[in-house]
Design a protein around this ligand. Structure first.
Ligand SMILES: [Zn+2]
Length: 121
């Protein structure tokens, strides 16, 4: 039986020893080709913060959100809650369930009035 894993870029299931994802063609060997951008997003009835991976061939967060992939993937994600944020780690949200995604700049995480965030989606 094959050992399978989830592609860190598109969340599709692929072979554990794959070097290139057969779904999104991401290179899985070596360091990630792209950058992580801190974002906030609203999925269903919850708001999450986390790092969105923007592949090298895409320049902007909005490109990564509007590409052909079915999921928005956050790493080191936290679910915003009233008392204390809940660490959820790695999440893949179906784009159909994501209401909006905004850039979250450093130090602006708790800001509800000052809005140093940009509507992207
Ligand atoms: Zn992939």
């Amino acid at each position: 039986m094959q050992v399978m894993k989830d592609c860190p870029y598109c969340a599709e299931t692929i072979r554990g020893d794959a070097r290139i994802c057969k779904h999104c063609r991401s290179n899985l060997a070596g360091p990630p080709e792209g950058k992580f951008v801190k974002v906030r997003l609203k999925g269903r009835d919850k708001i999450y913060r986390g790092n969105l991976f923007v592949p090298l061939h895409l320049n902007r967060v909005s490109d990564a959100i509007n590409d052909e992939r079915q999921f928005v993937i956050l790493s080191d994600a936290k679910e915003e809650a009233k008392l204390a944020d809940i660490h959820v780690g790695f999440i893949a949200l179906n784009k159909n369930s994501v209401e909006w995604v905004r850039l979250a700049e450093e130090g602006a995480e708790k800001d509800e009035q000052g809005h140093s965030v940009h509507q992207l989606y």
